[in-house]
Design a binder for this molecule. Structure first.
Ligand SMILES: Cc1ncc(COP(=O)(O)O)c(C=O)c1O
Length: 416
């Protein structure tokens, strides 16, 4: 006779089975939260027992339209039945229109399609190297910022300004030079004729949601022009609508345009897609046969991205409005809980800096049905879907309030 387990027990054993398999057969590089996700709808995901979670991390900023968005489901179904992949040996109908769209919204001219953030950064680094190489063999240095994050491949890692990601893989690419963010004098001292590129995240994401000042980025633009280097903006986390503009650099007025911009995460809402978008000067550095990708720019990913761009056009003001609403509510919480040091961010990219490590808060919130993560040890990171409304934000705030009360009672802020 079979015993019927209650849903939660069944889910726990399903999680245990998956965990056991993974511990035997997967590289042990991820520290996952104990949650087996099954499906999603709108702003919510459901675990294998059917428990509902408000998804305010969206697969680290990827599921921009939440889950199972009807328009995306429709085009994915349709395209899966037509053509999934054809390589870059041939044309497909969607790369050209998507590249045209990206040119219109970015102010840059030419796109290269790839599959992830790190891959787009690799290509941008090759552009900077090739650009420098044309001028002088000594022009190969890339200036990047302390506390930055640009990806896990060797090139991207070489310009990632966080020791903890780099130290196991040294020696990395030669020529990476690091400066503190928002320090114009330090930047001026390090950029010179040997500089091939300057790479900046407008808002450092993994580093704890730290924005760059507009003056700093203007200085970077001026120095890149003075020394004929490429200015590269990493918009992988802060771009493609996340801050209520197409790209975070459009928060500046007049806009500080880069030579090269890389984006990925939300671009095809969960189908892997990354891009390098470059002005003509930077694009000229890559000639025939100098770069490529088997999967990059496949018809499925590009078609989904085009559909997403259509929807995004109308969502931008909403993202800004919801971001203001969420931040205001978090600032109210800050008044009630002295361990909240700062609320930072723009649009729907928000960090809440605590005076103690955020991991337990993340676990408690998960238990209560809210997903976010903690980055840079003490920062709670929220990357809600662009379709979020005040209703979901109120729900998130109510959960956070309960969780913060628990933390205050436990004395988390005084545990060190
Ligand atoms: C700013 C930034 N650059 C690059 C990356 C790397 O992207 P991916 O994980 O898609 O390779 C990330 C990922 O979090 C990121 O936030």
């Amino acid at each position: 006779m079979s015993t019927v387990l209650p849903a939660q027990e069944e889910a726990t054993s399903a999680l245990d089975r998956v965990r056991a398999l993974e511990s035997e057969y997967l590289l042990q590089n991820y520290a996952r939260y104990p949650l087996l996700l099954d499906h999603g709808k709108g702003c919510y995901v459901y675990d294998s027992a059917g428990k509902r979670y408000l998804d305010f991390i969206t697969g680290i900023g990827v599921n921009a339209l939440g889950h199972a968005h009807p328009r995306l489901v429709k085009v994915i179904r349709e395209q899966a039945g037509r053509l999934l992949h054809c390589s870059n040996l041939y044309f497909n109908a969607y790369q050209g229109p998507l590249a045209e769209r990206l040119a219109k919204v970015s102010g840059l001219q030419r796109t290269f399609f790839c599959n992830s953030g790190a891959e787009s950064m690799e290509g941008a680094l090759k552009m900077a190297r090739a650009h420098g190489h044309k001028i002088s063999p000594d022009k190969f240095e890339v200036v990047a910022l302390h506390n930055s994050f640009h990806g896990r491949t060797l090139g991207a890692l070489s310009i990632t300004g966080q020791e903890k990601y780099r130290h196991d893989f040294e020696p990395l690419l030669p020529g990476a030079r690091f400066v503190p963010p928002n320090d114009e004098t330090a930047l001026e001292q390090i950029v010179n004729e040997r500089t091939a590129g300057i790479v900046i995240e407008w808002i450092q994401g993994e580093g704890g949601i730290f924005p760059m000042s507009i003056e700093y980025v203007r200085k970077a633009r001026e120095l890149a022009d003075r020394y004929d280097a490429l200015l590269v903006f990493d918009e992988i986390q802060c771009g493609v609508g996340r801050v209520g503009k197409y790209f975070a650099y459009q928060l500046s007025d007049p806009v500080v345009l880069p030579d090269v911009m890389v984006a990925a995460k939300p671009l095809a809402c969960g189908i892997p897609l990354g891009v390098i978008v470059a002005n003509d000067r930077a694009a000229q550095s890559i000639g025939s046969g100098m770069h490529g990708s088997t999967f990059g720019g496949g018809p499925l990913a590009c078609r989904v991205a085009l559909e997403f761009m259509d929807i995004l056009d109308e969502l931008l003001p909403h993202i800004d409005k919801m971001g203001c609403y969420f931040r205001a509510k978090l600032e109210e919480l800050q008044k009630q809980f002295s361990f909240i040091r700062q609320v930072r961010g723009q649009g729907l990219m928000i960090g809440v800096d605590l005076s103690f490590p955020g991991k337990q808060i993340v676990l408690d919130a998960m238990e209560q049905g809210l997903l976010m993560n903690s980055t840079h040890e003490t920062v709670l990171r929220f990357l809600p879907p662009y379709i979020t409304t005040e209703k979901e934000i109120d729900r998130a705030i109510a959960i956070l309030k309960r969780v913060f009360k628990l933390a205050a009672k436990r004395g988390d802020a005084h545990s060190d």
